[in-house]
Ligand binder design. Structure first.
Ligand SMILES: [Fe+2]
Length: 194
């Protein structure tokens, strides 16, 4: 349960305990953006990369019967720098499959959704594979109703390749927990303005 107030978002993340439980896994994990004093640092932009395709289908689940790999559910919120939830923000996700391949002819593992009235989102996908030169990551564009666009990437904790990837940023690492047969990630986006 996320509570947006004058408290740090991190303090109420249901995934934090699982992350802290693995002490070695916390070394590269920084807090998600904080809302102390109602003033959060905006989520950092990160390279778009060469594989973005416009006009992805609107869907919260990128899974279909042919999707292989480990299931991953990512949830979180989109808030303003003043920590107000931003409803109806478009979140457009794209990523590699479990073999590290992007679908550049169709829209496999591509899709966009809109945050709900509470600014929340929930993405069903898989853990992306590696490809040369990059650590594990998911691309995303966030577009608020007010026209603010953030292009960034979400990263995974505990990846040895993180340290060797020049695009990697520790403040873009999801809080991640492993469940039975799937992983669960959490990330809250902070946009500069609504
Ligand atoms: Fe990529």
């Amino acid at each position: 349960m996320i509570i947006l107030s004058r408290r740090r978002i991190l303090q109420v993340s249901p995934f934090l305990g699982a992350v802290i439980a693995g002490s070695a896994q916390t070394a590269q994990l920084l807090p998600t953006p904080a809302c102390d004093d109602g003033d959060a640092d905006p989520t950092a932009p990160n390279d778009e990369g060469p594989y973005f395709k416009p006009r992805s289908p609107e869907r919260a689940s990128l899974l279909d019967s042919a999707t292989g790999g480990t299931k991953l559910v990512v949830s979180g919120m989109v808030v303003s720098a003043g920590c107000k939830p931003i409803a109806n923000t478009v979140l457009d996700f794209w990523q590699a499959d479990d073999a590290g391949q992007y679908d550049n002819t169709g829209f496999k593992l591509r899709g966009h959704q809109r945050t709900d009235a509470n600014g929340a989102f929930r993405l069903e996908t898989i853990v992306p594979g590696f490809y040369p030169g990059r650590t594990r990551h998911i691309h995303v564009k966030a577009m608020s109703p007010g026209g603010v666009v953030l292009t960034t990437q979400l990263y995974f904790p505990c990846e040895s390749r993180n340290a060797r990837d020049g695009l990697f940023r520790p403040d873009l690492v999801m809080n991640l927990a492993e469940g039975s047969g799937q992983q669960t990630g959490h990330f809250d986006f902070v946009l500069k303005t609504a």
